[in-house]
Design a protein around this ligand. Structure first.
Ligand SMILES: Cc1cc2nc3c(=O)[nH]c(=O)nc-3n(C[C@H](O)[C@H](O)[C@H](O)COP(=O)(O)OP(=O)(O)OC[C@H]3O[C@@H](n4cnc5c(N)ncnc54)[C@H](O)[C@@H]3O)c2cc1C
Length: 387
């Protein structure tokens, strides 16, 4: 689109998570007027770390914000996979380093969202605006928020996460799907890591039905300690005790058991893990989905947040390249959906058949069964946002 047309565009982004904040940055760089509507009155993130991949860092470089992200992250060269007792299985450099001349950066989720929001102009993000209803008028859309605000926009970007109102009202009635696993996440001091964080490598220890990730956050003197375990309890925010965690890491390296024993349970985020089935169409002529709203995936590939950032970049590119908004939205979907469909698929393959059979004898979790084999009550509706 011509830059004069882009400058006249009025864009509403729903959701100020990683996807919404990145979209706001990328789209405002086109010259469009962008406003972000976020339901929360304060942005909070789970205490945990993630890895920002080279392609993601490359987008930040293009947007002129790589410095803000680098300041609060540590470069990492390798990731390693080990057995539960620490025998090496594989050690590889992070993929994409050669393609982008950049490495993966390890970051605390809270620092990451702060860094993204800090590069947006004051007033661009409107907190306390929970979208209740969206009306697609073809050449624009109208948002109605729970606080009574009504907003008209030429283009609406639904970046409102796994339980997206935009997706469910306009594109797919499907509910989040329970994966049959829990994630327990905490950030601990490096001194409490029993000598397990000695460099900037991400290490994953694999036991039967349990994976333990140690993701160093050297710039903070901390380590993100994450346990993912098969578990049939689909409660969105399950109650989990220290004894439950200790049972989960039984048989792991004694130091992992000691870290677990030392955890302050008040700081441990416990949640059941959900994703969504692929959504057939992400856009109309004036509304488009992005990030988890479009393709929430399980975290076994560590790609959900990264994909949201790449979506934002691809959407801005498509608006620049295409002749109209509808054409741009089709181009955006064609560019991104094949990759995220595949990530959704492989992210569901986090466990071996017999591990799953052991925890779910005779009845696999919903995400590992085709939709046709799920009961009417599955998957249970998610009740609480991750933030
Ligand atoms: C256990 C676990 C580990 C993970 N590890 C990784 C990892 O290592 N690497 C990685 O890349 N990804 C990882 N992810 C995935 C990553 O967290 C998500 O993909 C990412 O947060 C998606 O960003 P988003 O902006 O699309 O959605 P969200 O982060 O969910 O943001 C959505 C925003 O929309 C707001 N919102 C929702 N509804 C409304 C409404 N009605 N009106 C207004 N605002 C609304 C929410 O409050 C929120 O701020 C992990 C996820 C889990 C569960």
């Amino acid at each position: 689109m011509q830059s004069s047309d882009l400058k006249n565009l009025n864009i509403a982004v729903v959701g100020a998570g990683y996807g919404g904040a990145a979209a706001a940055k990328a789209l405002s760089l086109l010259g469009a007027t962008v406003t972000v509507y976020e339901q929360a009155s304060r942005i909070r993130e789970v205490g945990a770390g993630i890895g920002l991949r080279p392609s993601t860092m490359d987008r930040f470089r293009q947007w002129g914000i790589a410095g803000a992200v680098r300041k609060v992250s540590s470069p990492s060269d390798y990731f390693e996979i080990l057995t539960a007792t620490g025998d090496p299985i594989m050690k590889e450099p992070w993929p994409e380093i050669d393609a982008f001349g950049e490495t993966t950066h390890l970051i605390h989720r809270g620092d990451f969202i702060e860094a993204l929001l800090s590069v947006l102009p004051d007033g661009m993000v409107r907190l306390g605006h929970k979208l209740e209803r969206i009306e697609d008028r073809g050449d624009g859309a109208v948002l109605t928020c729970a606080n009574g605000t009504t907003v008209e926009a030429d283009l609406v970007v639904g970046a409102d996460g796994i339980r997206s109102v935009v997706r469910r009202q306009l594109f797919s009635a499907g509910e989040p799907v329970f994966s049959g696993e829990h994630a327990y996440r905490a950030v601990i001091d490096v001194d409490d890591a029993h000598g397990m964080a000695v460099d900037d490598n991400l290490r994953m220890y694999i036991g039967r039905g349990t994976k333990v990730y140690l993701l160093p956050l050297r710039h903070r003197g901390q380590v993100s300690f994450d346990i993912t375990a098969l578990c049939p309890d689909a409660t969105w925010a399950p109650s989990v005790t220290k004894d439950d965690l200790l049972k989960t890491v039984e048989g792991f390296d004694e130091r992992i058991v000691s870290i677990t024993r030392g955890l302050d349970m008040e700081t441990v985020n416990c949640r059941a893990v959900y994703d969504i089935d692929p959504v057939g169409r992400w856009h109309s002529d004036s509304v488009v989905l992005l990030g988890d709203a479009a393709h929430s995936m399980l975290h076994h590939q560590g790609q959900g947040a990264n994909s949201a950032i790449l979506d934002a970049g691809a959407l801005a590119d498509a608006l620049r390249e295409a002749d109209s908004i509808p054409e741009a939205l089709a181009l955006y979907q064609a560019t991104r959906k094949p990759a995220t469909d595949e990530l959704q698929r492989i992210s569901r393959q986090g466990w071996s058949e017999d591990e799953v059979d052991e925890v779910f004898p005779g009845q696999k979790p919903a995400s590992q069964r085709p939709t046709s084999q799920r009961t009417a009550s599955e998957p249970p509706a998610a009740r609480e946002a991750e933030v």
